[in-house]
Structure formats: C-alpha cells, structure tokens
Ligand binder design. Sequence first.
Ligand code: PEP
Ligand code: MN
Length: 263
Amino acid sequence: DVLKSTRREQTVVPVLDVEIGGNEFITMAGPCSVETEFQLMATANHIRRAGARILRGGAFKPRSSPYAFQGLGLAGLKMLARAREESGLAIVTEVMSECDVPMVSEYADILQIGTRNMENYALLEAAARSGRPILLKRGMVATIADFLRAAQLILDNGNPNVILCERGIRTFETAMRNTFDVAAIALLKQISHLPVIADPSHAAGVRDLVAPLSRVAVAAGADGVIVEVHPNPDKAWSDADQTLSFAEFDQMMESLEPYIALR
Ligand code: PEP
Ligand code: MN
C-alpha cells in the first residue's frame, strides 16, 4: 500500500550508487530537452561537480503545443546513455507511450511519467512492469488522492520503486506557470512511505523562483529536487524561461545547504 502503516516506514529507492528517500537530499538536474552531445555533456559535468546525483533530460517531450520541438527520441536516449558512461550519473528521462517503454528502459535508470500522463494507466502498468524505478509526476489537475491512486497502480503491478514528484498544479492563479503545492509535499511525507521530490522549475515557470521554491521544498521535508539547467538557458529548445544557468544552479545549491543541514 502507498500509505504508511507505521510512523517510521519509508521506502528507499536504489538507483546505481544513489538512494532516493534515504538520508541524503538528492538533486536531479539537467536540460528540459536533450539537444546536443555538447549541451548534455557540459551540463552533466557541471551538475556533478556541483553535487547533483541524477541527470535529467527529455528525449520524448510532451509539449503544450503540437508545433513545438518534440524531442530527439532514440538519438536523445543514446546521448543520455553516453552521458551516464562519462559522468557516472544516473539518468532520468520521460517515457510518453507504453510502446516506448522497452526502448526507454534500455537506456534510462529511472522512468519519468509526466504530469499529462499521470492517469494513463496503460502507460503506468507498462512502466511498472519494466522493473525500472518510476518518477511519477503529479497530474496538473490531480488531487492528492488521485496522485496516490496512480502510485498504487504501479505498486500493484509489482514495482515498489516509486518516487512521487510535486510539480505544481492548476489553480485560479495565473501569475506563475503552476501553483507550487508545498503543503502536498509535507502531507505526502506524513501519509505515504514513498520518497517525495519537488520540481520547482515546472511549478514556477520562471528561473528566479526556482531557488526559493527549492528551499521551501527542503523545509517541507522533500527527499530531493529536480531542476532544469542548461549551458545557455535563453537558447534552450524548451522551457527556457524556467531554466537555470550553471552559475544560477551553483547559487541554488549553495543556498540549499543550511536548509539541508537542518533536515
Ligand atoms: C519535464 O520534466 O520537462 C516535463 C515536461 O514535466 P511535466 O510533465 O511536469 O510538465
Ligand atoms: Mn521542461
């Protein structure tokens, strides 16, 4: 069951040499989309030196517009695998279709289910059965009960390694891309034994809010964050506005330290 049966119960998800949901606060970082070998390698090397443990990057992109860049597909997956070889970082990447699950799980260490697919139960079942850990993003109009039901389906398909991700929800507020539901993080940590991470990039939609929301996520009890980083953020092929430069990422990491020390 996704709910805790005792106060102390906590799932720890092992990924290569990393444990998500354990004592270490885990930072996942990388570009929204995998673009070029240079972009990905430069980012991987930088975030690793700054203390990140997992490299993110989309090869299959669920874009809000059908005319926007849709991702490099298999070529992107191959770049991610090469980045893992060179950097030693584990890879998280989105899988959008159940047909792609075998291919994506061949290259990725963690399968990301995007907000638009949280209730795609055929995809959740296929992803669960791959045996790979699943980073499950909260649907942008999903209640916490909806979110936990989706996580439950993965567990029921024989995969205990689910990481919950709060990435902002749709509300009446339009000043930010989404409304960051920090209370959901605190609540999920209380009622569920699954690791919970925060995605301040997609919640905020603008880069200046990413570091403050990350600090709030740590304070709320998150097990980690996932943030978008790019060597030249303004030129990013997707989600440029919310993407951090290397220097901004370093500043964010530094600003998190005192909050992480208090966990
Ligand atoms: C992403 O991680 O780049 C992404 C598309 O996220 P979400 O599904 O939360 O919008
Ligand atoms: Mn993105």
